[in-house]
Design a protein around this ligand. Structure first.
Ligand code: AMP
Length: 277
């Protein structure tokens, strides 16, 4: 496994790779969710590149950039076990040198859900992912269903800007009690950790209502909201039943939809989602 810190070095290696290259972009502090992406990349490509970069451009001024959990030594051990070929771990200055002033703005699908609570988030994500695609030139790049809106935004960017690669979305990996794995779960104490199971319960309720024939999206949102409000430690950011492609809020669920939510518990802001249809 090669550890690479500069863009020039990635490009030099890239010229030597033959066959397909799979890229898994991460912010590190890896868990089984990340490793599911790496395993799929390993199965489908000759070369696997994983990036570890806590991207300052996607953090708001009041967010957890400084305290974002990090454990590079452990990450590298896990990636080595998965037979990763290259780990790209650039510095902030390597990615955003003095004078940096070009940004990728994906419209429409970024205007709701996460963006409402985290203004500028998707501009930061789309820009860093576009840069990683230009640097690594992967054949395929792997993203988690856990961050469903992010995957939709990246697919939009790739289509709109004619980027020559395939985006693969990997199902959400969960803890035994259903909590979606996330680097930010470390922010939860044991009581909050227990309370966090409310997210999947609310999504499961949405799925059950929908499977039972409920088509009124507002009724589903209302039931999810009422359930979450019974958990005193949970504070709702949003509860959404939206079109699976455009993420526009639905009145009637009459095609593929996405149930999604963001909930604050203690210091953590947790997101999760469940496709309906
Ligand atoms: P992050 O390090 O949080 O930026 O995540 C890196 C990638 O891992 C993103 O594509 C995430 O969607 C994906 N990911 C994070 N958590 C999970 C999970 N529990 N299951 C599947 N993919 C995940």
């Amino acid at each position: 496994m090669q550890l690479v810190e500069t863009i020039a070095h990635v490009r030099e290696l890239r010229r030597q790779f033959s066959g397909s290259v799979g890229l898994v972009p991460t912010m590190g502090y890896l868990h089984e969710g990340h490793l599911a992406l790496v395993r799929q990349a390993r199965n489908e490509n000759s070369t696997v590149v994983v990036s570890i970069f806590v991207n300052p451009a996607q953090f708001g001024p009041s967010e957890d950039l400084a305290s974002y959990p990090r454990d590079l030594e452990r990450d590298l051990k896990l990636l080595d076990e998965q037979k990763t070929d290259v780990v790209f771990m650039p510095s902030d200055e390597e990615m955003y040198p003095l004078g940096f002033s070009s940004w990728v703005d994906v419209e429409k699908v970024t205007e709701r859900l996460e963006e409402a609570s985290r203004p500028g988030f998707f501009r930061g994500v789309a820009t860093v992912v576009a840069k990683l695609f230009n640097i690594v030139q992967p054949t395929k790049a792997y993203f988690g269903q856990k961050d469903a809106q992010q995957a939709i935004v990246i697919k939009r960017m790739v289509a709109d800007l004619n980027m020559d690669l395939e985006i693969i979305v990997v199902p959400t990996v969960r803890e035994n009690d259903g909590l979606a794995m996330s680097s930010r779960n470390v922010y939860l104490n044991s009581e909050e950790r227990q309370a966090a199971t409310i997210l999947l319960k609310a999504l499961t309720l949405a799925k059950e209502l929908w499977q039972g024939g409920e088509k009124d999206a507002e009724k589903i949102r209302y039931q999810m909201t009422s359930l979450i409000q019974k958990e005193p430690l949970a504070q709702i950011d949003y509860v959404s039943i939206a079109d699976a492609d455009t993420l526009e809020e639905l009145k009637v669920v009459d095609g593929p939809a996405l149930a999604s939510l963001a909930v604050r518990i203690g210091k953590a802001r947790l997101i999760d989602n469940m496709p309906l249809g």
